[in-house]
Design a binder for this molecule. Structure first.
Ligand SMILES: [Zn+2]
Length: 215
């Protein structure tokens, strides 16, 4: 068997996609090859079932995307910070979205105790979220519901972390328009749900983090 067959399939899919897109709009690719002015930065999970552009119905050029396991925002992550800084300060993106999803294996792994290796270091942040909200989470008796709530709380915590980045702080200090949003994607229905919308000042981020601290 040809070991490159799975990759060959991707090329075949790609040619079919090009044919389909240009049939609907012969200028589709030429239009999108122009410098893009995306209006959104989407920070999502690496999970293959959460395709940022498809689930938001956007076409190439509309979304600037950063994905990592369990949609984390570490204020020490040079990769994420570079994407954020470029998006906000160079591309002038005004809307930054953190999008989590139910059924997130990263969040599940953080909630479990079985060691997975290097990824455990990455997931330590979610364990902090669990500790911060222990009371509320322990009060939820259904394990599936508890995990869903942890997914929500993880998103809210990452929105708060975004508000603490120098990029966001600088933008707000100079009076620039910068809105942070926390969303969650329901895998089984395909629907997006809002957890926090339009956080546009440090006080609002503080209030959001605070209103979700019941534990
Ligand atoms: Zn995930």
């Amino acid at each position: 068997m040809d070991q490159t067959q799975p990759i060959q399939d991707l090329f075949a899919n790609n040619r079919r996609w090009v044919a389909a897109m240009t049939q609907t709009d012969p200028e589709f690719f030429r239009k999108r090859a122009r410098p893009a002015e995306p209006h959104f930065l989407f920070i999502g999970c690496s999970d293959s079932r959460v395709p940022a552009d498809q689930l938001t119905g956007t076409t190439p050029g509309e979304l600037f995307v950063h994905r990592n396991i369990a949609n984390q925002v570490f204020t020490s992550d040079l990769n994420m910070l570079s994407v954020l800084q470029y998006a906000v300060e160079i591309l002038k993106v005004e809307n930054v979205i953190v999008c989590g999803h139910y059924g997130c294996a990263g969040v599940q792994a953080a909630a479990d105790t079985a060691p997975l290796g290097l990824v455990d270091n990455w997931l330590g942040n979610i364990r902090n979220v669990m500790r911060l909200h222990r009371g509320e989470l322990e009060a939820i008796t259904d394990p599936a519901a508890r995990l869903r709530r942890l997914v929500d709380l993880n998103v809210i915590e990452q929105v708060y972390n975004l508000s603490q980045t120098p990029v966001a702080q600088r933008a707000w200090r100079r009076g620039a328009r910068l809105l942070l949003h926390g969303l969650v994607y329901e895998l089984e229905e395909g629907l997006l749900k809002a957890l926090a919308l339009g956080i546009d000042a440090p006080e609002k981020a503080e209030a959001l983090a605070h209103s979700n601290h019941h534990g």
